[in-house]
Write a protein that binds this ligand. Structure first.
Ligand code: HAM
Length: 546
Protein backbone atom coordinates (compact mmCIF):
# COMPACT_ATOMS: atom_id res chain seq x y z
CA UNK A 1 0.00 0.00 0.00
CA UNK A 2 2.73 2.44 1.11
CA UNK A 3 4.81 1.29 -1.81
CA UNK A 4 1.99 1.98 -4.22
CA UNK A 5 1.44 5.46 -2.83
CA UNK A 6 5.13 6.23 -2.94
CA UNK A 7 5.19 4.98 -6.45
CA UNK A 8 2.43 7.37 -7.40
CA UNK A 9 4.07 10.32 -5.65
CA UNK A 10 7.39 9.67 -7.30
CA UNK A 11 5.71 9.12 -10.65
CA UNK A 12 3.78 12.34 -10.39
CA UNK A 13 6.84 14.31 -9.35
CA UNK A 14 8.83 12.83 -12.18
CA UNK A 15 6.16 13.80 -14.63
CA UNK A 16 5.93 17.34 -13.35
CA UNK A 17 9.66 17.73 -13.47
CA UNK A 18 9.74 16.48 -17.03
CA UNK A 19 7.09 18.79 -18.38
CA UNK A 20 9.05 22.00 -18.70
CA UNK A 21 11.72 24.10 -17.18
CA UNK A 22 9.56 27.17 -17.37
CA UNK A 23 6.89 25.35 -15.38
CA UNK A 24 9.42 24.91 -12.62
CA UNK A 25 10.20 28.60 -12.61
CA UNK A 26 6.64 29.84 -12.72
CA UNK A 27 4.23 27.37 -11.22
CA UNK A 28 5.75 24.96 -8.74
CA UNK A 29 6.91 25.98 -5.33
CA UNK A 30 10.54 25.38 -4.39
CA UNK A 31 9.56 22.72 -1.81
CA UNK A 32 9.26 20.25 -4.70
CA UNK A 33 13.08 20.11 -4.85
CA UNK A 34 12.97 19.85 -8.61
CA UNK A 35 16.68 20.20 -9.07
CA UNK A 36 17.17 16.61 -8.03
CA UNK A 37 15.04 15.32 -10.94
CA UNK A 38 16.23 15.11 -14.52
CA UNK A 39 14.79 17.92 -16.67
CA UNK A 40 14.67 15.79 -19.79
CA UNK A 41 11.19 16.82 -20.91
CA UNK A 42 12.08 20.50 -20.78
CA UNK A 43 12.36 19.95 -24.52
CA UNK A 44 8.71 18.92 -24.83
CA UNK A 45 6.95 22.08 -25.84
CA UNK A 46 3.96 20.98 -27.88
CA UNK A 47 0.77 20.49 -25.93
CA UNK A 48 -0.58 17.62 -27.99
CA UNK A 49 2.75 15.89 -27.85
CA UNK A 50 2.95 16.35 -24.09
CA UNK A 51 -0.56 14.99 -23.65
CA UNK A 52 -0.02 11.73 -25.53
CA UNK A 53 3.50 11.14 -24.25
CA UNK A 54 2.45 11.68 -20.67
CA UNK A 55 -0.33 9.13 -20.96
CA UNK A 56 1.94 6.55 -22.50
CA UNK A 57 4.85 6.95 -20.16
CA UNK A 58 3.06 6.96 -16.80
CA UNK A 59 0.80 3.93 -16.76
CA UNK A 60 0.63 3.87 -12.98
CA UNK A 61 -1.15 7.19 -12.69
CA UNK A 62 -4.88 6.74 -12.09
CA UNK A 63 -7.34 8.16 -14.59
CA UNK A 64 -8.36 11.15 -12.44
CA UNK A 65 -4.84 11.98 -11.52
CA UNK A 66 -3.86 11.70 -15.17
CA UNK A 67 -6.53 14.23 -16.11
CA UNK A 68 -5.22 16.69 -13.53
CA UNK A 69 -1.66 16.27 -14.66
CA UNK A 70 -2.56 16.52 -18.31
CA UNK A 71 -4.42 19.74 -17.55
CA UNK A 72 -1.33 21.07 -15.85
CA UNK A 73 0.79 20.06 -18.83
CA UNK A 74 -1.54 21.89 -21.18
CA UNK A 75 -1.48 24.88 -18.92
CA UNK A 76 2.26 25.05 -19.08
CA UNK A 77 2.41 24.79 -22.82
CA UNK A 78 -0.59 27.08 -23.28
CA UNK A 79 -2.06 24.49 -25.59
CA UNK A 80 -5.39 22.79 -25.94
CA UNK A 81 -4.68 20.19 -23.26
CA UNK A 82 -5.86 22.66 -20.60
CA UNK A 83 -6.72 26.29 -20.26
CA UNK A 84 -4.79 28.77 -18.25
CA UNK A 85 -5.30 32.43 -17.79
CA UNK A 86 -3.08 34.67 -19.85
CA UNK A 87 -1.94 36.13 -16.54
CA UNK A 88 -0.23 32.84 -15.64
CA UNK A 89 1.32 32.63 -19.08
CA UNK A 90 2.58 36.17 -18.83
CA UNK A 91 5.97 35.65 -17.26
CA UNK A 92 6.55 39.36 -16.85
CA UNK A 93 3.28 39.95 -15.03
CA UNK A 94 4.79 40.31 -11.60
CA UNK A 95 7.35 42.73 -12.89
CA UNK A 96 4.75 44.70 -14.83
CA UNK A 97 2.46 45.01 -11.86
CA UNK A 98 5.29 45.98 -9.52
CA UNK A 99 5.08 42.79 -7.46
CA UNK A 100 8.68 41.87 -8.16
CA UNK A 101 11.52 44.28 -8.47
CA UNK A 102 13.78 44.02 -11.45
CA UNK A 103 16.02 46.37 -13.29
CA UNK A 104 13.31 47.20 -15.83
CA UNK A 105 10.68 48.08 -13.25
CA UNK A 106 12.79 50.21 -11.01
CA UNK A 107 11.29 53.26 -9.39
CA UNK A 108 12.70 55.54 -12.10
CA UNK A 109 9.85 54.90 -14.63
CA UNK A 110 9.93 57.02 -17.74
CA UNK A 111 7.64 60.01 -17.30
CA UNK A 112 4.35 59.64 -19.17
CA UNK A 113 3.95 61.86 -22.19
CA UNK A 114 0.79 63.78 -21.37
CA UNK A 115 0.13 64.99 -24.92
CA UNK A 116 -2.71 63.28 -26.77
CA UNK A 117 -1.61 61.33 -29.85
CA UNK A 118 -0.58 63.69 -32.67
CA UNK A 119 -3.57 65.15 -34.46
CA UNK A 120 -6.05 64.24 -31.72
CA UNK A 121 -7.56 66.38 -29.00
CA UNK A 122 -8.40 66.21 -25.33
CA UNK A 123 -11.64 67.87 -24.39
CA UNK A 124 -11.30 69.53 -21.00
CA UNK A 125 -14.61 70.81 -19.56
CA UNK A 126 -14.19 74.21 -21.25
CA UNK A 127 -13.61 72.55 -24.64
CA UNK A 128 -16.42 70.13 -23.94
CA UNK A 129 -18.84 73.00 -23.26
CA UNK A 130 -18.02 74.50 -26.64
CA UNK A 131 -18.36 71.11 -28.34
CA UNK A 132 -21.73 70.54 -26.69
CA UNK A 133 -22.85 74.02 -27.73
CA UNK A 134 -21.96 73.26 -31.36
CA UNK A 135 -23.53 69.78 -31.31
CA UNK A 136 -26.70 71.21 -29.75
CA UNK A 137 -27.00 73.64 -32.67
CA UNK A 138 -26.47 70.81 -35.16
CA UNK A 139 -29.03 68.62 -33.40
CA UNK A 140 -31.55 71.44 -33.17
CA UNK A 141 -31.23 72.31 -36.84
CA UNK A 142 -31.53 68.65 -37.81
CA UNK A 143 -34.71 68.18 -35.83
CA UNK A 144 -36.10 71.50 -37.06
CA UNK A 145 -35.80 69.97 -40.53
CA UNK A 146 -37.38 66.66 -39.45
CA UNK A 147 -34.22 64.50 -39.43
CA UNK A 148 -33.74 61.50 -37.10
CA UNK A 149 -30.44 60.75 -35.38
CA UNK A 150 -28.56 57.46 -35.95
CA UNK A 151 -25.12 56.11 -35.09
CA UNK A 152 -22.72 53.30 -36.08
CA UNK A 153 -19.48 51.86 -34.66
CA UNK A 154 -16.32 53.88 -35.13
CA UNK A 155 -14.59 50.59 -36.06
CA UNK A 156 -15.65 49.20 -39.41
CA UNK A 157 -14.47 46.52 -41.75
CA UNK A 158 -11.64 47.90 -43.92
CA UNK A 159 -13.38 46.62 -47.06
CA UNK A 160 -16.04 49.29 -46.60
CA UNK A 161 -13.49 51.92 -47.65
CA UNK A 162 -11.10 50.28 -50.07
CA UNK A 163 -12.56 51.76 -53.23
CA UNK A 164 -10.22 51.78 -56.17
CA UNK A 165 -10.57 55.34 -57.46
CA UNK A 166 -7.40 56.67 -55.81
CA UNK A 167 -9.18 58.80 -53.24
CA UNK A 168 -7.13 60.52 -50.56
CA UNK A 169 -9.48 59.30 -47.89
CA UNK A 170 -8.52 55.68 -48.65
CA UNK A 171 -4.78 56.43 -48.41
CA UNK A 172 -5.41 58.12 -45.08
CA UNK A 173 -7.10 55.13 -43.49
CA UNK A 174 -6.31 54.21 -39.88
CA UNK A 175 -6.42 50.47 -40.51
CA UNK A 176 -5.07 47.40 -38.75
CA UNK A 177 -5.70 43.70 -38.16
CA UNK A 178 -7.54 42.89 -34.97
CA UNK A 179 -6.68 39.94 -32.72
CA UNK A 180 -8.98 37.73 -34.79
CA UNK A 181 -7.06 38.72 -37.96
CA UNK A 182 -9.95 40.80 -39.27
CA UNK A 183 -8.93 43.79 -41.36
CA UNK A 184 -10.60 46.74 -39.70
CA UNK A 185 -10.42 50.54 -39.92
CA UNK A 186 -11.48 53.54 -37.92
CA UNK A 187 -14.14 55.28 -40.02
CA UNK A 188 -12.76 58.21 -42.01
CA UNK A 189 -16.31 59.32 -42.90
CA UNK A 190 -19.85 58.24 -42.12
CA UNK A 191 -21.38 57.75 -45.57
CA UNK A 192 -20.19 54.13 -46.12
CA UNK A 193 -21.50 53.13 -42.66
CA UNK A 194 -24.84 54.72 -43.47
CA UNK A 195 -24.97 52.85 -46.80
CA UNK A 196 -24.12 49.61 -45.00
CA UNK A 197 -26.92 50.20 -42.51
CA UNK A 198 -29.45 50.96 -45.25
CA UNK A 199 -28.33 47.92 -47.24
CA UNK A 200 -28.57 45.68 -44.16
CA UNK A 201 -32.30 46.38 -43.95
CA UNK A 202 -32.79 45.01 -47.50
CA UNK A 203 -35.25 47.66 -48.60
CA UNK A 204 -37.16 47.38 -45.32
CA UNK A 205 -36.74 51.00 -44.31
CA UNK A 206 -39.58 53.39 -45.12
CA UNK A 207 -38.35 55.93 -47.67
CA UNK A 208 -37.48 58.71 -47.82
CA UNK A 209 -34.99 58.57 -44.97
CA UNK A 210 -33.91 61.84 -43.45
CA UNK A 211 -31.16 60.89 -41.02
CA UNK A 212 -28.38 62.76 -39.25
CA UNK A 213 -25.42 61.85 -37.04
CA UNK A 214 -22.39 63.45 -35.41
CA UNK A 215 -19.65 60.80 -35.69
CA UNK A 216 -15.99 61.15 -34.82
CA UNK A 217 -14.01 60.42 -37.97
CA UNK A 218 -10.36 59.43 -38.29
CA UNK A 219 -8.02 60.30 -41.16
CA UNK A 220 -4.25 60.09 -41.17
CA UNK A 221 -4.06 63.56 -42.76
CA UNK A 222 -1.24 65.99 -43.15
CA UNK A 223 -2.09 68.43 -40.42
CA UNK A 224 -2.99 71.91 -41.55
CA UNK A 225 -5.24 74.63 -40.16
CA UNK A 226 -8.69 73.08 -39.83
CA UNK A 227 -7.50 69.58 -40.79
CA UNK A 228 -6.58 67.07 -38.12
CA UNK A 229 -6.44 63.33 -37.60
CA UNK A 230 -9.74 63.10 -35.83
CA UNK A 231 -12.72 65.37 -36.19
CA UNK A 232 -16.40 65.33 -35.48
CA UNK A 233 -18.58 65.62 -38.54
CA UNK A 234 -22.24 66.57 -38.65
CA UNK A 235 -23.80 64.37 -41.35
CA UNK A 236 -27.21 65.05 -42.87
CA UNK A 237 -28.44 62.61 -45.52
CA UNK A 238 -31.64 62.00 -47.45
CA UNK A 239 -32.25 58.61 -49.09
CA UNK A 240 -34.99 57.89 -51.57
CA UNK A 241 -35.41 61.29 -53.26
CA UNK A 242 -34.12 61.43 -56.82
CA UNK A 243 -34.70 65.12 -57.56
CA UNK A 244 -32.70 68.20 -56.61
CA UNK A 245 -35.26 68.83 -53.89
CA UNK A 246 -33.09 66.73 -51.57
CA UNK A 247 -29.95 68.79 -52.20
CA UNK A 248 -31.87 72.06 -51.82
CA UNK A 249 -33.38 70.92 -48.49
CA UNK A 250 -29.93 69.87 -47.25
CA UNK A 251 -28.34 73.17 -48.18
CA UNK A 252 -31.26 75.07 -46.62
CA UNK A 253 -30.55 73.21 -43.34
CA UNK A 254 -26.88 74.12 -43.58
CA UNK A 255 -27.74 77.80 -44.12
CA UNK A 256 -30.19 77.63 -41.21
CA UNK A 257 -27.27 76.57 -39.01
CA UNK A 258 -25.01 79.37 -40.29
CA UNK A 259 -27.69 81.95 -39.54
CA UNK A 260 -28.32 80.53 -36.05
CA UNK A 261 -24.69 81.02 -35.07
CA UNK A 262 -24.60 84.55 -36.48
CA UNK A 263 -22.92 84.02 -39.86
CA UNK A 264 -24.26 85.70 -42.98
CA UNK A 265 -23.95 85.16 -46.71
CA UNK A 266 -21.20 87.80 -46.62
CA UNK A 267 -19.14 85.44 -44.43
CA UNK A 268 -19.94 82.09 -46.04
CA UNK A 269 -20.77 80.95 -49.55
CA UNK A 270 -21.78 77.53 -50.87
CA UNK A 271 -20.14 76.55 -54.14
CA UNK A 272 -22.36 74.32 -56.24
CA UNK A 273 -21.76 72.27 -59.34
CA UNK A 274 -23.01 69.02 -60.84
CA UNK A 275 -20.76 66.10 -61.76
CA UNK A 276 -23.06 65.71 -64.74
CA UNK A 277 -21.33 68.77 -66.23
CA UNK A 278 -18.00 66.97 -66.28
CA UNK A 279 -19.67 63.74 -67.33
CA UNK A 280 -21.22 65.38 -70.39
CA UNK A 281 -17.91 66.98 -71.38
CA UNK A 282 -15.95 63.74 -70.92
CA UNK A 283 -18.51 61.74 -72.88
CA UNK A 284 -18.18 64.19 -75.77
CA UNK A 285 -14.40 63.74 -75.57
CA UNK A 286 -14.75 59.94 -75.69
CA UNK A 287 -13.77 59.07 -72.11
CA UNK A 288 -15.70 55.90 -71.15
CA UNK A 289 -18.16 56.09 -68.21
CA UNK A 290 -16.31 53.52 -66.08
CA UNK A 291 -13.40 55.95 -65.85
CA UNK A 292 -15.60 58.79 -64.67
CA UNK A 293 -15.32 58.40 -60.88
CA UNK A 294 -11.52 58.11 -60.97
CA UNK A 295 -11.33 61.10 -63.34
CA UNK A 296 -13.33 63.20 -60.87
CA UNK A 297 -10.93 62.30 -58.07
CA UNK A 298 -7.96 63.36 -60.22
CA UNK A 299 -9.68 66.52 -61.45
CA UNK A 300 -10.32 67.41 -57.80
CA UNK A 301 -6.57 67.16 -57.22
CA UNK A 302 -5.95 69.74 -59.98
CA UNK A 303 -7.38 72.35 -57.61
CA UNK A 304 -4.65 71.69 -55.08
CA UNK A 305 -1.56 70.52 -57.00
CA UNK A 306 -0.02 71.49 -60.36
CA UNK A 307 -1.09 69.61 -63.47
CA UNK A 308 2.39 68.03 -63.85
CA UNK A 309 1.97 66.24 -60.52
CA UNK A 310 -1.12 64.34 -61.68
CA UNK A 311 -0.37 64.25 -65.40
CA UNK A 312 0.84 60.62 -65.31
CA UNK A 313 -2.30 59.42 -63.52
CA UNK A 314 -4.53 61.34 -65.92
CA UNK A 315 -2.79 59.81 -68.92
CA UNK A 316 -3.17 56.36 -67.43
CA UNK A 317 -6.90 57.00 -67.38
CA UNK A 318 -6.82 57.98 -71.06
CA UNK A 319 -6.91 61.74 -70.49
CA UNK A 320 -4.11 63.18 -72.60
CA UNK A 321 -3.01 66.79 -72.31
CA UNK A 322 -5.50 68.07 -74.91
CA UNK A 323 -8.44 66.50 -73.05
CA UNK A 324 -7.16 67.85 -69.74
CA UNK A 325 -6.87 71.32 -71.28
CA UNK A 326 -10.49 71.21 -72.43
CA UNK A 327 -11.60 69.91 -69.04
CA UNK A 328 -9.66 72.69 -67.31
CA UNK A 329 -11.45 75.23 -69.47
CA UNK A 330 -14.85 73.87 -68.43
CA UNK A 331 -13.79 73.92 -64.78
CA UNK A 332 -13.32 77.69 -64.97
CA UNK A 333 -17.00 78.34 -65.78
CA UNK A 334 -18.83 80.28 -63.07
CA UNK A 335 -22.21 81.13 -64.67
CA UNK A 336 -25.25 79.33 -66.04
CA UNK A 337 -24.78 81.22 -69.34
CA UNK A 338 -21.22 79.93 -69.56
CA UNK A 339 -22.45 76.37 -69.04
CA UNK A 340 -25.19 76.86 -71.63
CA UNK A 341 -22.58 77.91 -74.17
CA UNK A 342 -20.44 74.83 -73.51
CA UNK A 343 -23.09 72.17 -72.95
CA UNK A 344 -25.94 73.42 -75.15
CA UNK A 345 -29.55 74.29 -74.25
CA UNK A 346 -30.70 70.67 -73.86
CA UNK A 347 -28.03 69.61 -71.42
CA UNK A 348 -29.49 67.53 -68.54
CA UNK A 349 -26.78 68.93 -66.23
CA UNK A 350 -27.93 72.45 -67.03
CA UNK A 351 -31.55 71.55 -66.35
CA UNK A 352 -30.57 69.98 -63.03
CA UNK A 353 -28.65 73.07 -61.94
CA UNK A 354 -31.39 75.47 -63.13
CA UNK A 355 -33.97 73.54 -61.17
CA UNK A 356 -31.75 73.52 -58.08
CA UNK A 357 -31.19 77.29 -58.25
CA UNK A 358 -34.94 77.87 -58.62
CA UNK A 359 -35.49 75.84 -55.41
CA UNK A 360 -32.81 77.83 -53.58
CA UNK A 361 -34.66 81.02 -54.52
CA UNK A 362 -37.83 79.53 -53.06
CA UNK A 363 -35.96 78.82 -49.80
CA UNK A 364 -34.61 82.42 -49.89
CA UNK A 365 -31.00 81.21 -49.74
CA UNK A 366 -29.85 82.24 -53.22
CA UNK A 367 -27.39 84.79 -51.76
CA UNK A 368 -25.40 81.94 -50.30
CA UNK A 369 -25.10 80.00 -53.58
CA UNK A 370 -22.13 80.37 -55.93
CA UNK A 371 -22.05 78.35 -59.14
CA UNK A 372 -18.56 76.97 -59.67
CA UNK A 373 -17.79 74.23 -62.21
CA UNK A 374 -14.40 73.57 -60.59
CA UNK A 375 -16.07 71.87 -57.61
CA UNK A 376 -16.13 68.12 -58.30
CA UNK A 377 -15.17 66.83 -54.80
CA UNK A 378 -12.57 64.23 -53.98
CA UNK A 379 -14.82 61.29 -53.13
CA UNK A 380 -15.50 58.82 -55.91
CA UNK A 381 -19.15 58.08 -55.14
CA UNK A 382 -20.78 61.40 -56.05
CA UNK A 383 -22.93 61.27 -59.16
CA UNK A 384 -24.84 64.56 -59.44
CA UNK A 385 -24.96 67.91 -57.67
CA UNK A 386 -21.94 68.53 -55.43
CA UNK A 387 -21.41 71.43 -53.05
CA UNK A 388 -18.92 72.89 -50.63
CA UNK A 389 -19.35 75.62 -48.01
CA UNK A 390 -16.40 78.03 -47.85
CA UNK A 391 -15.42 81.17 -46.00
CA UNK A 392 -15.53 84.14 -48.35
CA UNK A 393 -12.12 85.47 -47.28
CA UNK A 394 -10.65 82.27 -48.71
CA UNK A 395 -8.36 81.74 -45.71
CA UNK A 396 -9.82 78.51 -44.38
CA UNK A 397 -10.27 75.00 -45.75
CA UNK A 398 -13.75 73.85 -46.81
CA UNK A 399 -16.27 74.22 -43.98
CA UNK A 400 -18.57 71.46 -45.22
CA UNK A 401 -19.12 69.38 -48.32
CA UNK A 402 -21.53 66.94 -49.86
CA UNK A 403 -23.54 65.93 -52.85
CA UNK A 404 -25.66 63.30 -54.54
CA UNK A 405 -24.46 59.69 -54.51
CA UNK A 406 -27.12 57.59 -56.21
CA UNK A 407 -24.88 54.61 -56.97
CA UNK A 408 -23.10 53.96 -53.68
CA UNK A 409 -25.19 50.90 -52.87
CA UNK A 410 -24.32 49.46 -56.28
CA UNK A 411 -20.62 49.64 -55.44
CA UNK A 412 -21.40 47.50 -52.38
CA UNK A 413 -23.07 44.91 -54.60
CA UNK A 414 -26.61 46.18 -54.00
CA UNK A 415 -27.43 46.64 -57.69
CA UNK A 416 -31.03 45.55 -57.31
CA UNK A 417 -31.78 47.88 -54.43
CA UNK A 418 -30.08 51.00 -55.71
CA UNK A 419 -31.54 53.97 -53.83
CA UNK A 420 -30.96 57.63 -54.74
CA UNK A 421 -29.25 59.55 -51.95
CA UNK A 422 -27.72 62.92 -51.13
CA UNK A 423 -26.05 64.37 -48.08
CA UNK A 424 -23.28 66.44 -46.55
CA UNK A 425 -20.57 66.27 -43.91
CA UNK A 426 -19.76 69.35 -41.81
CA UNK A 427 -16.63 69.26 -39.63
CA UNK A 428 -16.23 70.81 -36.20
CA UNK A 429 -12.75 72.25 -36.76
CA UNK A 430 -13.12 74.89 -39.47
CA UNK A 431 -16.41 76.29 -38.21
CA UNK A 432 -14.90 76.96 -34.77
CA UNK A 433 -11.95 78.72 -36.44
CA UNK A 434 -14.34 80.86 -38.44
CA UNK A 435 -16.58 81.72 -35.47
CA UNK A 436 -13.48 82.64 -33.48
CA UNK A 437 -12.32 84.97 -36.26
CA UNK A 438 -15.72 86.62 -36.50
CA UNK A 439 -15.98 86.94 -32.70
CA UNK A 440 -19.07 84.75 -32.73
CA UNK A 441 -18.01 82.12 -30.23
CA UNK A 442 -20.47 81.92 -27.34
CA UNK A 443 -19.57 83.46 -23.99
CA UNK A 444 -20.68 82.44 -20.50
CA UNK A 445 -20.69 78.71 -21.29
CA UNK A 446 -18.80 78.05 -18.06
CA UNK A 447 -21.99 78.98 -16.23
CA UNK A 448 -23.33 75.49 -15.73
CA UNK A 449 -26.87 76.71 -15.10
CA UNK A 450 -26.69 75.92 -11.38
CA UNK A 451 -29.73 77.07 -9.42
CA UNK A 452 -28.48 76.56 -5.87
CA UNK A 453 -25.23 75.84 -4.06
CA UNK A 454 -25.93 74.00 -0.80
CA UNK A 455 -23.49 74.03 2.08
CA UNK A 456 -23.31 73.18 5.77
CA UNK A 457 -21.79 75.59 8.28
CA UNK A 458 -20.16 72.70 10.14
CA UNK A 459 -19.54 68.98 9.71
CA UNK A 460 -22.41 67.90 12.01
CA UNK A 461 -24.87 69.65 9.74
CA UNK A 462 -23.63 68.02 6.56
CA UNK A 463 -26.28 65.25 6.57
CA UNK A 464 -29.01 67.89 6.99
CA UNK A 465 -27.52 69.86 4.07
CA UNK A 466 -27.67 66.70 1.95
CA UNK A 467 -31.38 66.35 2.76
CA UNK A 468 -31.90 69.92 1.60
CA UNK A 469 -30.01 69.21 -1.64
CA UNK A 470 -32.08 66.09 -2.27
CA UNK A 471 -35.38 67.96 -1.80
CA UNK A 472 -34.24 70.73 -4.16
CA UNK A 473 -33.04 68.28 -6.81
CA UNK A 474 -36.22 66.26 -6.66
CA UNK A 475 -38.17 69.47 -7.10
CA UNK A 476 -36.27 70.09 -10.34
CA UNK A 477 -33.45 72.44 -9.35
CA UNK A 478 -29.84 72.06 -10.47
CA UNK A 479 -27.93 71.81 -7.21
CA UNK A 480 -24.23 71.83 -6.40
CA UNK A 481 -23.29 70.57 -2.93
CA UNK A 482 -20.08 71.91 -1.34
CA UNK A 483 -18.40 68.60 -0.52
CA UNK A 484 -15.58 69.90 1.64
CA UNK A 485 -15.53 72.00 4.81
CA UNK A 486 -15.24 75.54 3.44
CA UNK A 487 -15.65 79.00 4.87
CA UNK A 488 -18.80 80.96 3.79
CA UNK A 489 -16.55 83.49 2.02
CA UNK A 490 -15.16 80.74 -0.22
CA UNK A 491 -18.64 79.37 -0.89
CA UNK A 492 -20.07 82.74 -1.99
CA UNK A 493 -17.07 83.45 -4.22
CA UNK A 494 -17.41 80.02 -5.78
CA UNK A 495 -21.18 80.42 -6.23
CA UNK A 496 -20.75 83.74 -8.04
CA UNK A 497 -18.03 82.25 -10.23
CA UNK A 498 -20.22 79.41 -11.46
CA UNK A 499 -23.20 81.74 -11.92
CA UNK A 500 -25.44 80.10 -9.31
CA UNK A 501 -28.62 81.94 -8.40
CA UNK A 502 -28.95 80.93 -4.75
CA UNK A 503 -27.00 79.63 -1.80
CA UNK A 504 -28.79 77.37 0.67
CA UNK A 505 -26.99 77.59 4.01
CA UNK A 506 -27.56 75.02 6.74
CA UNK A 507 -26.58 76.54 10.10
CA UNK A 508 -27.26 75.21 13.59
CA UNK A 509 -29.99 77.77 14.47
CA UNK A 510 -31.77 77.11 11.18
CA UNK A 511 -31.51 73.37 11.69
CA UNK A 512 -32.94 73.69 15.22
CA UNK A 513 -35.98 75.43 13.66
CA UNK A 514 -36.18 72.95 10.74
CA UNK A 515 -35.37 75.78 8.34
CA UNK A 516 -32.71 76.64 5.80
CA UNK A 517 -31.34 80.03 4.93
CA UNK A 518 -31.56 80.95 1.25
CA UNK A 519 -29.35 83.73 -0.08
CA UNK A 520 -30.45 85.19 -3.39
CA UNK A 521 -27.16 85.87 -5.18
CA UNK A 522 -28.71 88.08 -7.83
CA UNK A 523 -31.15 90.11 -5.72
CA UNK A 524 -28.81 89.94 -2.68
CA UNK A 525 -31.72 89.09 -0.35
CA UNK A 526 -31.91 86.48 2.37
CA UNK A 527 -34.90 84.43 3.42
CA UNK A 528 -35.64 81.55 5.75
CA UNK A 529 -37.56 78.65 4.26
CA UNK A 530 -39.08 75.82 6.29
CA UNK A 531 -37.64 72.47 5.15
CA UNK A 532 -41.24 71.29 4.72
CA UNK A 533 -41.88 74.10 2.22
CA UNK A 534 -38.55 73.79 0.40
CA UNK A 535 -39.96 71.78 -2.45
CA UNK A 536 -42.56 74.44 -3.16
CA UNK A 537 -39.93 77.18 -3.08
CA UNK A 538 -37.66 75.19 -5.44
CA UNK A 539 -40.42 74.56 -7.96
CA UNK A 540 -40.92 78.28 -8.46
CA UNK A 541 -37.16 79.05 -8.53
CA UNK A 542 -35.51 76.82 -11.11
CA UNK A 543 -34.00 77.09 -14.55
CA UNK A 544 -33.78 73.42 -15.50
CA UNK A 545 -36.43 72.23 -17.90
CA UNK A 546 -37.65 68.79 -17.00
P1 HAM B 1 -15.56 65.37 -46.94
O1 HAM B 1 -15.53 66.52 -47.88
O2 HAM B 1 -14.43 64.43 -46.99
O3 HAM B 1 -16.93 64.61 -47.19
O4 HAM B 1 -15.68 65.90 -45.46
C1 HAM B 1 -16.75 66.74 -45.10
C2 HAM B 1 -16.27 67.79 -44.13
O5 HAM B 1 -15.67 67.17 -42.99
C3 HAM B 1 -15.19 68.73 -44.63
O6 HAM B 1 -15.74 69.77 -45.40
C4 HAM B 1 -14.62 69.24 -43.32
O7 HAM B 1 -15.50 70.16 -42.71
C5 HAM B 1 -14.65 67.99 -42.47
N1 HAM B 1 -13.37 67.28 -42.52
C6 HAM B 1 -12.97 66.34 -43.38
N2 HAM B 1 -11.74 65.91 -43.09
C7 HAM B 1 -11.34 66.59 -41.99
C8 HAM B 1 -10.16 66.59 -41.18
N3 HAM B 1 -9.12 65.81 -41.45
N4 HAM B 1 -10.10 67.44 -40.13
C9 HAM B 1 -11.13 68.24 -39.84
N5 HAM B 1 -12.27 68.27 -40.55
C10 HAM B 1 -12.38 67.47 -41.62
C11 HAM B 1 -17.32 63.48 -46.54
O8 HAM B 1 -16.75 63.02 -45.59
C12 HAM B 1 -18.62 62.92 -47.05
N6 HAM B 1 -18.79 61.60 -46.47
C13 HAM B 1 -19.74 63.85 -46.70
C14 HAM B 1 -21.07 63.35 -47.15
C15 HAM B 1 -22.09 62.95 -46.35
N7 HAM B 1 -21.46 63.20 -48.39
C16 HAM B 1 -22.69 62.72 -48.42
N8 HAM B 1 -23.07 62.57 -47.17
Amino acid sequence: MIDKTMNQVIGTMWLIASISASFRRNVLSSSFQLASFPATAARVPSSSFVTSTVQQQIPFITKNRRTAVIAAAGAVSGGSGGRVSSAVQDKGLLEKTGGKSSSSSSSSQEKLNTNPVKGTRDFYPDDMRLRTWLFDHWRNVASTFGFSEYDAPVLESEALYTRKAGEEVVDQLYNFQDKGNRKVALRPEMTPSLARMVMAKKGGLPLPLKWFSIPQCWRYERMTRGRRREHFQWNMDIWGVAEERAEAELIAAMVHFFKRVGLTSADVGIKVNSRQVLSEVLTKLGVPPEKFAATCVLVDKLEKVPLDAVQGDLEELGLDRSIVEQVTEVLSIKTIEGLKKTLGDDSPALKELNNFIMLCEAYGIEDWIVLDASVVRGLAYYTGIVFEAFDRTGQLRAIAGGGRYDKLLETFGGKDNSIPAAGFGFGDAVIVELLKERNLLPTGLENAGTDTVVFAMDADLYPAALKVATILREAGQTVDVVLEAKKPKWVFKYSYRIGAKFCAIMGSDEYANQEVQIKDLIGDEKLLVKIDSLSEWASSNQSRTQ
